[in-house]
Design a binder for this molecule. Structure first.
Ligand SMILES: Nc1ncnc2c1ncn2[C@@H]1O[C@H](COP(=O)(O)OP(=O)(O)O)[C@@H](O)[C@H]1O
Ligand SMILES: O=C(OP(=O)(O)O)[C@H](O)COP(=O)(O)O
Length: 400
């Protein structure tokens, strides 16, 4: 992959940077974990130091192609201004009048952030022509492109993939670093190699298991992932997150794992609540006896202890997806125990990587430091697909 230096002299040139600024916000729109904003700074600083006019584009959440105030990137612009130490201009659209005016105003060494890319249908369209047309509009804003949003390189989207075919391009510092670290996990990881999966993007991430069964020695399943596995074993899961169309597929994974001698570790107890709410009534129940009117919001204490033992016994650990709805203290214990086990494994010499926006936010919220782990990756789905050995569209286009 080309580096920013390969783009040549940048003074006075306009550089479009794709960052991943998909940060968690509270109900008042305050950023609750600014890790991804911080991670975007080194590349932006390198470009402004070189005298470039820097235009940052990014997404927040999953709006459906039209503007929605709650998904505005303005809070990220404010945080970026604080971190860079100078004001970041903010365009209230992505490729419209505001974007054009804002980019026109940019001086050398200044930064502008465009409004959420996903307010435009073209960004995520499955139709190549529609995506290409949006990428054309984006490309008119700049004369070079830097891909630095590692968390989205697994998405074939206009600002990640198509744009790189339209402008001189390079990979930013974050993408270079992330790829470098994750390569250590793909080339001869020390064994046992454990992958811990949780979180809520179940339909997105169940698919990675098929390939991970060929790579890892054990898979630990927590978070919202659990219930499709429990259903595959024939258990009731109450009102928990469930991908009912994936149950048969998961049954196949269980059989495949057994044939390959890969251990899939599932929770034996679950914290089951009456609602998805911080003050919901809850109790620990056996994983095979979740009441019909309850939803599983964390792995139970017995499961957390078993998971922790397995993690401490591993030499390589990759973790994506919180073990429970950690944002609510009543459902954070499983994530806390698993995070502590990764820290212990790190101390005893294992290579540990935590990936994903919410997973990184969780470990920081629970009081751990980034330096307690081998690496904290800004990408969850992206790093999982990288570890699977898949070709990621946002990386292959940079290698072209
Ligand atoms: N059992 C569960 N039920 C519902 N949501 C869950 C459960 N366990 C974890 N979550 C949620 O998963 C979210 C994170 O999932 P995900 O986006 O897949 O992780 P990451 O951003 O680290 O890749 C968190 O907001 C957390 O509340
Ligand atoms: O949060 C992200 O991914 P992650 O939750 O897998 O870490 C990225 O910003 C990608 O977002 P997307 O999964 O809506 O494409």
């Amino acid at each position: 992959m080309r580096t920013i230096d390969d783009l040549g002299a940048l003074s006075g040139r306009t550089v479009l940077v794709r960052s991943d600024l998909n940060v968690p916000l509270d109900s008042e729109g305050n950023i609750t974990d600014d890790g991804r904003v911080r991670a975007s700074v080194p590349t932006l600083r390198q470009l402004t130091d070189a005298g470039a006019r820097v235009v940052v584009c990014a997404h927040l959440g999953r709006p459906k192609g039209t503007p929605e105030q709650k998904y505005s990137l303005r809070p990220a612009a404010d945080r970026l201004s604080e971190l860079l130490g100078f004001p970041v201009l903010f365009a209230t659209d992505t490729v419209g009048e505001s974007a054009n005016e804002t980019v026109d105003k940019l001086h050398k060494g200044q930064v502008a952030l465009l409004e959420n890319l996903r307010f435009n249908e073209g960004e995520t369209s499955k139709d190549d022509a529609e995506r290409g047309a949006f990428a054309d509009q984006l490309s008119h804003l700049a004369d070079a492109f830097v891909s630095d949003g590692f968390g989205v390189v697994h998405r074939k989207q206009a600002s990640v993939y198509d744009i790189a075919e339209r402008l001189p391009q390079a990979a930013g510092q974050l993408v270079q670093t992330e790829v470098g670290v994750l390569r250590q996990l793909t080339s001869k990881p020390q064994r046992p190699y454990a992958v811990v999966l949780g979180g809520a993007k179940v339909s997105d991430k169940l698919g990675v298991i098929e390939n991970l069964l060929e790579k890892a020695d054990l898979l630990l399943i927590g978070g919202g992932m659990v219930f499709t596995f429990l259903a595959a074993q024939g258990y009731e899961v109450g009102t928990s997150l469930l991908e009912s169309e994936q149950v048969a597929r998961v049954r196949g994974y269980l059989a495949d794992a057994e044939n390959r001698g890969v251990q899939i570790v599932l929770p034996t107890d679950i914290v089951a609540a009456t609602a998805f709410a911080a003050d919901a009534e809850h109790e620990v129940v056996p994983a095979d006896a979740i009441p019909a009117d309850r939803m599983g919001l964390d792995i139970g204490p017995e499961s957390a202890t078993r998971f922790a033992e397995a993690i401490r016994g591993a030499r390589t650990v990759f973790w994506n997806g919180p073990m429970g709805a950690f944002e609510m203290p009543a459902f954070a214990a499983g994530t806390q125990v698993v995070a502590q086990a990764l820290v212990d494994a790190t101390t005893s010499g294992a290579l540990t990587v935590v990936g994903g926006g919410d997973s990184a936010a969780a470990v920081r919220q629970l009081g751990f430091a980034d330096s307690d782990f081998g690496h904290i990756s800004t990408g969850g789905g992206a790093s999982l697909e990288f570890l699977e050995g898949k070709t990621l569209p946002g990386l292959s286009v940079l290698e072209a």
